[in-house]
Design a protein around this ligand. Structure first.
Ligand SMILES: [Zn+2]
Length: 496
């Protein structure tokens, strides 16, 4: 992608993020029913109409997915051809012909004024088989139609280690939205034709209790229920998702600063000009936005600093230095991709936690990435905030003010998108990565999509040298920058 494209993307992303901030609680109008058609070229959806209290679709909407379509209408007969095979349909009949085959139907075929041939949904497999010779897979309850060879079945293996690990293997790389709360992990696939051959499997296992499949609104959803919090990991370039026991809370979950009372507004009026006197001297002196829209930029938060050294790996080697080194690499990688990045501290200064969120919010950062280093294990843990989801009622009562605790709730979904992009970009660079929610200051107070990365040494050199290796830090920074670009593209896609 050229950097001008990225800039345009970034500018549009500002709009997307603003729209996203305003719209989550606007109720959607009742959506019309649609049939989702999965083809090798992608997904399309066609409208479902009710005829005599049964669900019908227009064949003219479906057939272009099967091949070259020809249409002829003579009085009360409509002939629809796909390739060399012609079908013949008449209004109000319980039978029709495709090729040489007569097909009987319990429900009547309808032809509307514009000559569209309306057929009941449950006839589609037979119709497609007569036209193409191939049998598709129709999921009536979820309104999904998979043309031949498109459905991707997940294979499931419970590895009975202690504790157990559940391994989900997909035919191709997948990128689900992941929600993870209290032992329940939900993988939601909106663009991928993922299927499970059973609707539910219950395990006699201490950790993994069950895995279930559902298909809400054209999506596929896999829900894994654990007896304890679960970790989600990607490997094999995104083809394999592993669910395992989450370790004890990591040390980066610093004691959060005492939150102000819930009535405390964050949406205090922003006065144009420089930062208010309360801001830390460590903050870079960028002017505050004067108008409603600021150019998109990423705020990078190098963890710790000054009096707070973070983890002391050795006498000279401290966490605060590692986070700053990775932060600077990340800034350079983002700038290479045409994205502005600002460090909350660019020197060894003390910066209290609450000022980190405040610094990002006052400048209206478009994204927030907090960096920590060390921690148990190897690779990178990607954290999203652990906050209750946005509640429209609370939001309404709060008027123009948002309670502190809810600041980040409206951005959680986008934070997860960013986190998933991080995990898959890291995995693509052979860095072990896991995504999990955690109560980490200052994420829950950041008014933008936000993640924290805890960078542990690489698997192939699990030592301080490994953590400090420029090539490793660079790989992490490159993955994070690529993830920002990926997340922006994803958000734009959603708001098209
Ligand atoms: Zn830390």
């Amino acid at each position: 992608m050229r950097s001008t494209d990225v800039r345009r993307l970034a500018a549009l992303a500002v709009l997307a993020v603003l729209v996203a901030a305003v719209l989550p609680w606007v109720t959607r109008s009742a959506e019309e029913k649609r049939l989702y058609v999965f083809t090798p070229a992608g997904i399309s959806s066609i409208s479902i109409t009710d005829q005599d209290r049964h669900e019908y679709i227009a064949l003219q909407d479906l057939l272009p997915n099967l091949g070259q379509v020809g249409i002829r209408r003579e009085r009360d007969v409509v002939r629809l051809r796909v390739g060399a095979v012609e079908g013949e349909f008449r209004d109000g009949r319980n039978r029709f012909r495709i090729g040489k085959m007569q097909v009987e139907s319990a429900l009547k075929v309808r032809i509307d004024e514009s000559g569209r041939v309306l057929v009941p949904l449950d006839l589609l497999p037979e119709i497609i088989k007569q036209y193409t010779g191939a049998e598709p897979e129709l999921r009536l309850a979820s309104h999904k139609l998979y043309l031949r060879g498109v459905a991707q079945y997940v294979s499931i293996e419970l590895r009975r280690t202690d504790p157990s690990t559940l391994v989900l293997t997909f035919p191709v790389a997948v990128s689900p939205n992941i929600t993870n709360e209290g032992g329940r992990v939900r993988l939601s696939f909106t663009h991928e034709p993922v299927l499970m051959s059973a609707d539910r499997i219950d395990y006699q296992d201490k950790l993994i209790q069950s895995i279930a499949f559902s298909e809400p609104n054209g999506a596929s959803e896999i829900t894994v229920q654990g007896a304890a919090p679960l970790l989600t990991g990607f490997s094999e370039g995104g083809r394999v998702i592993t669910l395992s026991a989450a370790p004890a809370p990591p040390k980066i979950a610093q004691a959060p600063a005492q939150p102000p009372p819930s009535t405390s507004p964050i949406a205090a009026p922003v006065t144009p000009g420089r930062l208010p006197a309360t801001a830390s001297p460590g903050l870079p002196e960028t002017p505050l936005p004067v108008h409603g829209v600021v150019p998109f930029f990423v705020m990078i938060d190098p963890g710790h600093g000054g009096d707070d050294s973070g983890a002391r790996f050795s006498e000279k080697f401290q966490e605060k230095d590692v986070t700053l080194a990775i932060a600077r690499r990340l800034r350079a990688e983002l700038q290479d991709r045409g994205i502005t990045a600002v460090l909350l501290r660019d020197s060894d200064t003390t910066l209290p936690l609450e000022q980190r969120a405040e610094g990002a919010n006052l400048r209206r950062a478009g994204m927030f990435i907090s960096l920590h280093a060390g921690g148990p294990g190897v690779g990178v843990r990607v954290y999203t905030a652990l906050v209750p989801p946005a509640d429209p009622k609370v939001r309404e009562q709060a008027g123009p003010f948002i309670p502190w605790q809810s600041v980040h709730a409206a951005f959680l979904d986008k934070s997860r998108v960013l986190g998933e992009q991080m995990v898959s970009e890291l995995a693509g660079r052979k860095v072990d990565a896991q995504l999990m929610p955690a109560s980490i200051a200052p994420l829950s107070r950041v008014a933008s999509p936000a993640v924290a990365l805890e960078v542990a040494p690489p698997r192939d050199n699990p030592s301080l040298d490994g953590l400090n290796a420029p090539a490793y830090q660079q790989a992490v920074a490159q993955a994070a920058a690529a993830a920002v670009v990926g997340a922006l593209a994803h958000m734009l896609e959603e708001h098209k």
